[in-house]
Design a protein around this ligand. Structure first.
Ligand code: ATP
Length: 228
């Protein structure tokens, strides 16, 4: 008998999507998501570098550099695959548009959109935030340098959509929130850029190959956009 769910979806392989500025990519991005992927039995996560982030300053490094650093990270972490679709669109990277595009491409698979806890707490400031659930589930990773506080919108969202049932994520294509128990890694791209501009960075914060690339191309040393 096929495994049929409430919304009549046969259980399909889940696709993970993890968006960010990745300026640069670091272990706070990679480790928590990899841990959650293991818990959920997933074997592919798309890393989605944004083109123009709507919620923050323009990235310091060029798209090419951010892409190259992600590719280096993916060589060490085969779970991750770079997805360039947002970089190919010359417009602000709204997650709801990107996820709609994924849904057009993968009409039947559960789509799991990974975010950090800080992003969940501010989700109600995102463009068309409640429509995200028309396209994907959310998997929320712990964030080491952030104390979570849920406002009324986010608490209501969790009351309506949170699940602790991994199987439910497989059997529904979208609509749920899963809070993953992941390591708290207190690092951010901002902290790495600041450390690099002072000339010292903790090598435990990011993959060696990414740090070597940063040094080779003199990235983040002057606070200016650095062409490849
Ligand atoms: P910046 O410091 O430049 O703002 P960042 O380190 O926060 O960057 P982003 O690329 O903006 O990284 O984040 C992409 C996603 O990664 C977001 O969902 C964010 O919550 C998550 N994230 C970033 N750092 C961590 C961390 N240390 N632990 C867990 N999640 C993280």
């Amino acid at each position: 008998m096929p495994d049929i769910t409430q919304d009549n979806v046969v259980a399909k392989k889940m696709l993970g999507i993890f968006g960010g500025t990745f300026d640069p990519v670091h272990y706070g991005h990679l480790r928590p998501v990899a841990e959650a992927a293991t818990t959920l039995g997933m074997d592919e996560i798309r890393l989605l570098p944004c083109h123009i982030p709507p919620h923050k300053q323009a990235p310091q490094s060029s798209p090419e550099h951010r892409l190259n650093m992600l590719r280096l990270a993916c060589q060490e972490w085969p779970l991750f695959v770079v997805d360039q679709r947002e970089l190919q669109w010359n417009k602000p990277s709204y997650s709801v548009d990107t996820l709609a595009d994924f849904r057009r491409e993968f009409s039947q698979q559960p789509l799991l959109f990974f975010i950090g806890m800080d992003s969940l707490c501010h989700l109600d400031s995102w463009y068309q935030w409640s429509s995200l659930f028309d396209y994907c589930h959310l998997v929320v990773c712990q964030r080491g340098d952030f104390l979570p506080k849920f406002n009324v919108n986010i608490q209501r969202l969790l009351d309506q959509r949170q699940t602790k049932d991994v199987a439910a994520l497989k059997h529904q294509r979208n609509g749920l929130i899963y809070l993953a128990k992941t390591s708290k890694i207190p690092v951010s791209s901002t902290a790495i850029r600041a450390a690099l501009s002072r000339g010292v960075v903790d090598p435990d914060w990011l993959p060696d190959s990414v740090l070597a690339y940063i040094n080779q191309h003199h990235l983040y040393t002057q606070g200016e956009l650095s062409p490849p």
